[in-house]
Write a protein that binds this ligand. Sequence first.
Ligand code: XLS
Ligand code: NI
Ligand code: NI
Length: 441
Amino acid sequence: MALRNTSDYYKGVGNIPFEGKDSDNPLSFKYYNPDQLVAGKRMGEHLKFAVAYWHSFCGTGADPFGPGTLQHPWDIPSDPMDAAKAKADAAFEFIEKIGFDYFCFHDFDLIREGSSLKESEKRLAKIVEYVKGKMQKTGVQLLWGTANCFSNPRYMNGAATNPDFKVVARAGAQIKLALDTTIELNGHNYVFWGGREGYMSLLNTDMKRELDHMGRFLGMARDYARKAGFKGTFFIEPKPMEPMKHQYDFDAATVIGFLNHYGLESDFKLNIEVNHATLASHSFAHELEVAASHGMLGSIDANRGDYQNGWDTDQFPNNITEVTEAMLILLEAGGLKGGGINFDAKIRRNSTDPEDIFHAHIGGADTFARALLIADRIINSSRYTQLRKERYSSFDQGHGKKFEEGRLALKDLYEIAMEGEEPKLRSGKQELFENIINQYI
Ligand code: XLS
Ligand code: NI
Ligand code: NI
């Protein structure tokens, strides 16, 4: 079968324009206007949207109950290089048409893994040259690269945390190649998502040893990449479970503790994914806030979960309240540290038209853009920031200030309390806060 032209995989869909909120054109942005200034920066610079290669060009809609519903024309060629080039053609056609500046990939999203490490290395080297040409032609950049160390059966007991050293070494080889690939493509960041770094049963697991191995492994990866000239940031992407019963990168707080314990905190930051937050019984905002308050808010994997389903459904974002709360944190944190907003999301299995992936990304981008505008107005025009600040005003002077500065001992608290009256009840005003958010939405 002959390969299609590079530019007609998404026939009938042109470049997606910004048309504003009154437009009836479903193939236009209503809020995402990259050049619009918000809080002193281009909207495109605040948000740095990226397309996820795996969901958009590798996913076929397969689930445990049935095969894929999409037959991508780029998957038809039996020669892996032909298929990989065709996929890259489709990917860059899509990214150009949607008008985003970034993409993200796993090593073997780009090309099928070979039957040996040597063969895989050769394949990666070839496809990297091709992708590089596409990036140069379109100006699209690599937000982050990563390695898929969870799909291949060899990783069924983990990669860096595998109880068999041979598998750990094999994972090391794969990460080295993925780092080389990322560096070659000028990747801004590198992500570790430890899908199988955890356990299925504690009974057969030496947790302490596995955590030590993971800490050492990540340090080795960092050292290698730094030596090879990588200047970007490493991100850990927390997720509590799925595929494992328990994953070591459970949530933001756990990962921060881990990074500090193993001395990795200056090179690593966090990539927070919405649906992983909710799987950990947190809100998206909670995870962002934990990361931001430690200066560790690196990047975002944008998607959403489902209130009724308990798994990582990876739907495209459309919850304006959830994302507005997130954008408040992002603006107050002064932006993301090196990263952007990667749509780690997939269309539903029964969304089978080529244009569906456009609707999905348009909806996701508009949700974030609209939320960013709302959050900016809340910060600048409402009493939100002031009200929250006032709750803590007793620490701005007097004994409260001394307490914050570490100039009081417990005995001082005793004496201050003895001299004073019983503290008055001070309302938390939660409903007022909630109303302010709604008023600006
Ligand atoms: C899976 C993760 C994965 C990472 C990259 O749940 O979100 O897609 O983002 O390996
Ligand atoms: Ni993700
Ligand atoms: Ni995920």
